[in-house]
Design a protein around this ligand. Structure first.
Ligand SMILES: Nc1ncnc2c1ncn2[C@@H]1O[C@H](COP(=O)(O)OP(=O)(O)OP(=O)(O)O)[C@@H](O)[C@H]1O
Ligand SMILES: [Mg+2]
Length: 440
């Protein structure tokens, strides 16, 4: 039997790799085997595979990291995690990180085959959805509103140039999706797209993560390691939450952009890199510049092209399209027939403020498809804060404090309880948010 699917197997045990290879090749798959996460990432850069099967426990980088990496960077690739421990927790954590299926060692040929069949079905569905959204959207970005059409046209123009791009917009408006679209629409699409969340990496590690380090640069640097800029050579580096960079790092970034070369930590030898820099922020960089919190010269270097993503509440046409898209997507994922949304519920969803933007809408649709009892989503299925009088024109009998708490709770829920994100949306600091939450 000959098939077209390619499978990458990652395991530090050669016995398991051989076992997998024999079984999969007998079933007609094309098989690649590697023994570490690093090798897997390198192979994925140049080879398209349909499924990644990875062991969970491996020395150095664990399989969980690979699962995250693949689910973030290769959306159409199916992922199976195998572990030596058959535990519920193992299964749950594997699925949470983005694995499609989970298999405990030792497994039979039949178990492997069943899990593979399930994944292949999921991959086919995902490709179909991506294909469908391609029609109405652009690189998986849904948006037929005039505002989003304008965004797509700037992305197309930006993609053919090498100019640096700054993407701005509220949390959850799709900044990262746009950054990917720029890369995959550009001539650099065959080279890597490397996303770096500047806020998530501790200040003291950021430099070595970005520029790499040479052996002996600091205690613990027992071998030379490339940084993100080198990994992204020829491609695009996406610096997310760029406003969070310290002044020292801003100076170093400016140097890289001007000179097109980096210096690894612990080395004085410049290495030239061919990189397109795309940045994103949900802060007002202009005002950070005027407060001297962000370097003006760097701001102009990054902001050659600006793409500003409009908040969801300003594009009603997209709300309906996104609702339908995610409803189909999540219904199909859990194997139920497509749900529909009743007209009255739809009216509420259309006029809702969506403080968490598309991310909030996506999370809500996922929850609704899992929880819905019937084939139609009714007002009663919507969260209380959406149904409350606060969003209705005639609800004029409430204390400011009540409305504030309700709004805070709705924002919190829109970002799945993430207090930093909620504080950002609310325009207050985390401490103020905590105080407000304690008041009740
Ligand atoms: N127009 C869109 N079409 C389809 N999905 C979208 C769209 N916009 C956003 N999403 C989805 O919403 C979620 C949030 O998007 P993304 O991470 O790009 O937002 P962001 O602007 O980077 O947010 P943050 O500032 O919080 O990092 C993702 O799951 C993304 O796939
Ligand atoms: Mg983001």
């Amino acid at each position: 039997m000959s098939r077209t699917e390619k499978i990458l197997c990652v395991d530090d045990s050669t016995d398991t790799l051989e076992l997998l290879r024999r079984n999969l090749e007998l079933n007609g798959f094309t098989v690649f085997t590697v023994s570490s996460v690093e090798e897997a990432m390198r192979l994925l850069e140049n080879t398209e595979v349909d499924i990644v099967i990875t062991d969970m426990k491996m020395p150095k980088i664990s399989g969980i990291e690979l699962v995250k990496y693949v689910s973030e960077n290769y959306r159409n690739t199916g992922i199976m995690m195998i572990t030596g421990f058959a535990t519920i927790e193992g299964a749950v954590s594997a699925m949470k990180t983005g694995a499609d299926e989970y298999l405990a060692k030792p497994f039979t040929d039949e178990e492997l085959q069943t899990a593979l069949d399930k994944i292949l079905q999921k991959v086919r569905d995902r490709k179909m959805i991506a294909g469908n959204s391609e029609k109405s959207g652009f690189h998986g970005i849904i948006g037929k509103s005039h505002e989003m059409q304008k965004v797509f046209s700037i992305v197309k123009k930006a993609a053919i140039s090498n100019a640096n791009v700054l993407i701005t917009g509220e949390s959850g408006t799709g900044k990262e999706l746009v950054a990917r679209a720029i890369h995959y629409q550009s001539l650099r699409s065959k080279s890597p797209f490397i996303p770096v969340n500047c806020a998530a990496i501790p200040e003291e590690l950021l430099e070595s993560e970005l520029f790499g380090y040479v052996k002996g640069a600091f205690t613990g640097a027992d071998s030379t390691r490339a940084g993100f800029f080198q990994t992204a050579d020829g491609g695009t580096i996406f610096l997310d939450e760029v406003s969070e960079m310290s002044h020292a790092m801003q100076a170093k970034l400016l140097r890289v952009i001007q000179e097109r070369e980096i210096m690894m930590v612990g080395s004085r030898k410049p290495i030239s890199v061919d990189i397109r820099v795309v940045c994103a922020t949900n802060k007002d960089l202009h005002s950070l510049v005027s407060k001297k919190l962000f370097r003006e010269d760097l701001f102009y270097r990054l902001n050659v092209i600006n793409i500003d993503l409009p908040p969801l509440r300003k594009r009603e046409d997209d709300i309906i399209e996104l609702l339908t898209f995610f409803l189909h997507k999540f219904s199909r994922e859990i194997g139920r027939d497509d749900l529909i949304i009743s007209e009255s519920a739809l009216n509420i969803l259309k006029s809702y403020h969506w403080p968490g933007n598309v991310r909030e809408l996506e999370n809500l649709m996922q929850r609704l498809t899992v929880m819905a009892e019937d084939s139609s989503v009714e007002i009663a299925d919507l969260p209380t804060y959406m149904r409350s009088s606060f969003y209705r024109p005639n609800g004029l009998d409430r204390k400011l404090e009540e409305v504030e708490m309700e709004y805070i709770n709705s924002v919190l829920s829109s970002v799945n309880g993430n207090k930093s994100k909620a504080a950002q949306i609310l325009g207050i600091d985390r401490k103020t948010l905590r105080t407000k939450l304690k008041e009740v």
